[in-house]
Design a protein around this ligand. Sequence first.
Ligand SMILES: *Cc1c(COP(=O)(O)O)cnc(C)c1O
Length: 474
Amino acid sequence: MGSRDVPSIQAAVPSVDRVLRLTAVRSLIETHGRPVATEAVRAVLDDVRRRLSAEGEAARPLSTQKAIAARVLATIEERSAPSLRPVFNLTGTVLHTNLGRAVLPPEAIKAMVAVAGGPSNLEFDLDAGRRGERDDHVEDFVLRLTGAEAACVVNNNAAAVLLTLNTLALRKEVAVSRGELIEIGGSFRMPDIMARAGSRLREVGTTNRTHAKDYAAAVGSRTALFMKVHTSNYIVGGFSTAVPVGELAALARDHGVALVVDLGSGTLIDLDRYGLPHEPTVAETLAQGADLVTFSCDKLLGGPQAGIIAGRADLVARIRRNPMKRAMRLDKMTIAALAQVLRLHTDPDRLAERLPTLRHLSRPAEEIEAQARRLMPILAGCLAETATVDVSPCQSQIGSGSLPVERLPSAALVIRPVTGKRGSGAALKRIVRALRGLPVPVIGRMHDGACILDLRCLEDEAAFADQLVHLRPA
Ligand SMILES: *Cc1c(COP(=O)(O)O)cnc(C)c1O
């Protein structure tokens, strides 16, 4: 093949118009529209010309009409695939913020779909025939489940904290223990949120020990609140002390200030009954005397992303009147989902079956191990000579700053590359990338030269197993 042939091969490349008239491509125009199809055809033809001039005759098979049509189809499919899509969370972190936290139960999904495609009574009182409140669709459930006098909902717990501080402590002081000035994943830092809310942070006590007298000494004419923050992603251990909610509530009352507790995860039910470690519940915290409690809905609550502020009716009423509430209000689909998740909580006996988060958290290690044993030969077969697969016990974590030190015994598929001995990570990286490249990407974690797939959160075993064939080395 001589390079003088290239111009003649180039000349054989069909024009954009001709490709657009091919039967196969015409149906793509029907489905995706002309601009998308044209753009894809141009991209493919540019690439074909580039390859022809670089590789000459060897690239000729790429320039046939059939090959071009196939690549146009592949290009369009790739470009029109949604950026946000489902994955398998086999990281061993049940509430993984980067993987979307809580997985919704079917009841919640059904409710979202029911209101998504048409008008709804989002802010319309059907009994009275006049304007209603969007929070009304969830408030009664919250009151019933927490014993609060009133509640309002916003976009997440960060918004709940921000709105509460901005309403109740604008240009006023908020006393917080130095042991509770938390950072949650980078951008949520209590001192920064306080500043943005327009409140002045008054640090009390020390990192490891804060006493009631420290709060008492901090009270002045500008003090609006005592705030207690649940140290949800770390623990202060050793020589340490913190003032319990009940005692702090009494002290707050004595000084005429309100006590706000940011519970973080905030569960509505006692997790002990599901064999999980205790996490303070919202009802408990309110019963101990907190005036307001704020908490997330997509952590242990197992619902959609939202935040709830629950407690004293007069304080909630002031929060509702804050114009900033409008900027943080929930969307109808989230309200629909949240109402169903709260409804499921009214039947704690069946909650562990019906709420995916709780189902995953309470799944027995033996059941996970049995699943791993079923999947091991399938995965090993698909990885063929490239890696070995073993079943090994492992430890899952709850995640999202919930019960940070607790670990749940679980089981994993452990993939070790055959060629890449310890230290050579290239083979392992290839395997991890191949797992991420599956039709439903599989996300595990790397540890000690191996890829660990913790199966705690794997529900659709068949879907997982069926797509493993795509791992087979070509
Ligand atoms: C998670 C958490 C937050 C932030 O909640 P989001 O719902 O993620 O906004 C705030 N405070 C505490 C203590 C938390 O654990």
